[in-house]
Write a protein that binds this ligand. Structure first.
Ligand code: HEC
Length: 241
């Protein structure tokens, strides 16, 4: 008898603890239909002794478009947003942990890999979003940069000698960095003005050629256009560049 009550006392805190961690979860129908939840939830529950109830909406944990990116599949990146309670936090940490990732990658109904834990967040970080207008950017590239650089087929014959074409410069891994700062890279500073970014030309050193004057919006548009240019094929015969 004594032993039983002792056991009760020992187990009680655990039970309360487990109940505190219990939470609800919802996900879009097409997601739930894949059977993925039936694969991951029991594995998490087993490991952590936490019960998860799946709801249609208003849940403590929501798998969808917002929150922390946790896995990719069905052509999209899936995120988890959660209440700041123990269970939901634990679940999110678990999804991001090695064992959670292995569980995600281990879901292969009929041998098909439907979801992957490899959320490519880097891509967002390294390939910036260009908000300028690419159509305006093409016109600006031709009129402002096209007197030296070959921009595209339109001014193919007008570029100056050794000046690299836009398609060639598009092969630089950090092309957006270079285009975004072209005005400080030689030879441009001596003849370029970007409103709000550059100092006026020194009075004793006026530009030797017709100056290149653009706004920051123009530069955004040029970047957006350059983003659409296919990088030159460096393996192809030289004339085609
Ligand atoms: C007067 C001629 C001229 C004009 C106009 C001109 N460029 Fe250039 N640009 C050059 C030359 C020459 C180079 C090659 C410099 C080198 O190889 O060192 C160059 C190089 C560049 C580079 C590579 C720089 C580097 O160091 O990586 C970028 C990016 C660039 N130009 C962008 C532009 C943009 C954008 C415009 C128009 C807004 C423009 N250029 C207008 C002559 C020009």
């Amino acid at each position: 008898m004594k032993l039983v009550s002792l056991l009760c006392c020992l187990l009680l805190p655990f039970r309360v603890h487990a109940q505190e961690r219990e939470f609800t979860l919802s996900a879009p129908v097409e997601f739930a239909q894949t059977g993925f939840l039936k694969h991951i939830l029991p594995r998490f529950s087993l490991k952590h002794g936490v019960r998860i109830t799946v709801l249609d909406a208003d849940a403590d944990v929501v798998i969808g478009a917002n929150g922390i990116p946790v896995f990719v599949g069905l052509g999209t990146v899936w995120h988890v947003s959660h209440k700041d309670d123990v269970g939901p936090v634990l679940f999110t940490q678990w999804l991001l942990s090695d064992i959670g990732k292995r569980t995600i990658d281990g879901f292969q109904p009929d041998g098909d890999v439907l979801f992957s834990s490899q959320v490519v967040v880097e891509e967002e970080a390294s390939a910036p979003v260009f908000e300028g207008d690419p159509v305006k950017g093409e016109a600006l590239s031709l009129s402002r940069c096209g007197r030296c650089h070959v921009i595209n087929e339109t001014n193919r014959m007008n570029g100056i000698g050794q000046t690299p074409s836009f398609a060639l410069m598009r092969t630089f891994e950090d092309w957006w960095n270079r285009f975004g700062t072209f005005y400080v890279l030689n030879p441009h500073p001596s003849f370029s003005q970007v409103a709000g970014l550059t100092q006026p030309f020194p009075a004793n050193l006026p530009p030797a050629i017709v100056p290149l004057e653009i706004t920051q919006d123009d530069l955004d548009a040029i970047l957006a256009y350059v983003a659409t240019i296919a990088p030159a094929d460096l393996g192809a015969p030289l004339q085609s560049q």
